[in-house]
Design a protein around this ligand. Structure first.
Ligand code: FMN
Length: 191
């Protein structure tokens, strides 16, 4: 079976459990080869927000790429992928992608997605958002990037943080048609 490759970039915004759940869910898709790259900021948030050691996170991915390895496969447009999810995406990483300032492997991989016109999804997280953040995100959206902030849908009546995480991960994976149909919204009448 020819596997489809999907890049997962994790940066240092709040939301480390989202990355863990995305990778855990994708590991159940044998047809998908995940390529993970984690910033140093993200290693800190992983430590403060989860009990998952970075080694365990790495083991959930098919391939793990060190952040400074600028010659890695995912740094080249010749390496075909479905695209990339940056989850979570800090405002610093969003600014780096926006400006094309690719001084680490995550930023370079995102830059490759832009230049090759591949799907790029940013799970951008900050609160409140400054005018500068909003300008960067708006202009990224104009470049075809999907801006998918981890926002709650109260109508789904989440009863735990884990529920909220699952809800957001469902939306993220739906961008690549990899979500679980069991969670599909079937309208008010089905409540
Ligand atoms: C616990 C913690 C939570 C943070 N949450 C956010 C956040 O939600 N959004 C954000 O843009 N930056 C956040 N930061 C700051 C970023 O980690 C910091 O700007 C870092 O330099 C980002 O670098 P990176 O994008 O290369 O990971 C947080 C930092 C820590 C330690």
């Amino acid at each position: 079976m020819d596997k489809k490759r999907l890049i997962i970039g994790m940066s240092g915004a709040s939301g480390a459990p989202l990355t863990v759940e995305v990778l855990r869910r994708l590991s159940k898709h044998p047809e998908i080869e995940t390529h993970l790259v984690v910033t140093r900021g993200a290693e800190m948030t992983l430590l403060s927000e989860t009990d998952v050691p970075v080694e365990t996170l790495r083991s959930y991915a098919s391939v793990y790429h060190p952040i400074d390895e600028i010659g890695a496969s995912i740094a080249s447009g010749f390496f075909r992928t479905m695209g990339m999810i940056v989850v979570p995406c800090s405002m610093k990483t969003a600014a780096g992608i926006h400006s094309g300032y690719s001084d680490n492997l995550l930023l370079r991989a995102a830059d490759v997605c832009l230049k090759e016109q591949r799907k790029l999804v940013l799970v951008a997280r900050e609160s409140p958002l400054s005018t500068l953040h909003l300008r960067n995100l708006y202009e990224l959206s104009q470049m075809g990037v999907v801006i998918l902030p981890p926002m709650l849908a109260y109508y789904q009546r989440p009863s735990s943080v884990e529920d909220c995480t699952r809800q957001t991960v469902q939306r993220i994976l739906a961008q690549f048609d990899l979500d679980d149909a069991a969670y599909e919204w079937r309208g008010m009448e089905k409540l």
